[in-house]
Design a protein around this ligand. Structure first.
Ligand code: NAI
Length: 348
């Protein structure tokens, strides 16, 4: 049985899925072919992806090809509840995802899609593969292969493969040029700023924006922020990539120095503890923190919570932390990937 917030949201979800589908002509052609050829007849697919309008179109194409598909969220905060409703109620694709679900529910949902005993897994961040390997290893024999969408997931899987611990082959979607060169750069670039603007209602022009990580996503966010009139500072641990950012005209600083002058900080590294206590201690009052990397570990949230005397939710997806010295620091969407948490799901 699916687990969604409200089946009544299905009609709204359907309209938005159709709108997104209009921008996905290649998938539409594949779907048409799948309907005739049924290449996935009786194939069981468990997907753990962001439950968005684009994912919905993908799920429907797989189902059109004959697959039996179950879908769970790949992040507790990225689900679009109306999309989950439309998939479950109208497309026969049972979805296990509720925006804001807690950690236990998140893992309950991953296990629910694995109850299908899938032959194929589809992942965004490698949480599903991780559960198969750590808690449900008996299922490894049924799985023929899988896909992984994102940079962080691919890094996790390559580490498993290197240790000989990966039990089945996985296609790295992120390696496709059409993914990392376009989705990461231009998609994440635009949607991250969109989310920051919705969550804060602040003007970006004239602000100092610090982008941590100048990889595929980071360069997209940095160039778009510059286009909005912001002063952009980049922090980057790879010296060659840092030099690239310099040559592109960005100011490059260590986080320790950038911390003093930034108005808005956006992490997108795939690393952990990129913004730490020592940085928060130097920030000016009013500084806003956001993360658009895969996991909510790039900003040291326990450190921020321990520094705060008072916290309050000041706007949807925006939390205020008042520190002992009276400074206020703001955190968007609990440090979860901001574009999927605070933008796309609010666009209707
Ligand atoms: P990438 O590997 O192209 O770039 C990451 C960059 O961060 C590298 O240049 C690396 O040297 C740098 N870096 C690592 N640790 C750092 C630190 N402590 N301080 C400063 N720089 C550091 O990776 P990509 O594709 O840009 O992805 C970054 C993150 O964003 C990953 O977690 C990925 O899964 C996620 N992602 C998020 C999306 C979204 O929609 N929000 C979409 C695609 C990827």
């Amino acid at each position: 049985m699916a687990d969604i917030k409200d089946p009544g949201l299905a009609p709204e979800g359907r309209q938005r899925i159709e709108w997104a589908g209009g921008e996905m002509p290649v998938l539409a052609q594949i779907k048409e072919r799948f309907e005739k050829e049924q290449p996935l007849k009786d194939v069981r697919i468990a997907a753990c992806l962001h439950v968005t309008t684009e994912t919905a179109n993908l799920m429907e194409a797989l189902a059109a090809g004959g697959a039996e598909v179950l879908l769970a969220a790949s992040n507790p905060l990225s689900t679009q509840d109306d999309v989950a409703a439309a998939l479950t109620e109208q497309s026969g694709i049972e979805t296990f995802a509720i925006k804001g679900e807690d950690n236990d529910t998140y893992y309950k949902h991953l296990n629910a899609v694995l109850d299908l005993k899938p032959q194929v897994t589809m992942d965004d961040g490698a949480d599903l593969v991780s559960v198969v390997h750590t808690q449900r290893a008996d299922q490894l024999t049924h799985v023929l292969g899988g896909t992984e969408e994102t940079t962080t997931g691919v890094i996790r899987l390559r580490a498993m493969a290197k240790d000989g611990a990966l039990g089945y082959p996985i296609v790295s979607v992120n390696d496709a040029d059409t993914k990392h060169l376009f989705d990461n750069r231009f998609g994440t670039g635009q949607s991250t700023l969109d989310a920051v603007m919705r969550a804060t209602n602040r003007l970006l022009a004239g602000r100092t924006i610090v982008i941590a990580g100048y990889g595929m996503c980071g360069r997209g966010v940095a160039s778009r922020a510059r286009g909005m009139g912001a002063h952009v500072i980049v922090t980057e641990v790879d010296p060659t990539v840092a030099l690239e950012a310099v040559m592109e005209g960005f100011r490059v600083l260590p986080m320790r120095e950038a911390a003093r002058i930034g108005d808005l900080f956006i992490t997108v590294t795939g690393d952990t503890s990129v913004i730490r206590r020592e940085h928060m201690e130097r920030m000016r009052s009013g500084a806003i923190l956001a993360n658009t990397g895969h996991f909510n570990v790039e900003i040291d949230l326990p450190a921020l919570r321990s520094l705060a005397e008072e916290t309050r939710q000041i706007r949807p997806f925006l939390e205020e932390f008042e520190l002992a010295d009276g400074r206020r620091i703001y955190l968007i969407a609990d440090g979860r990937l901001v574009n999927l948490s605070a933008a796309a799901s609010m666009c209707w």
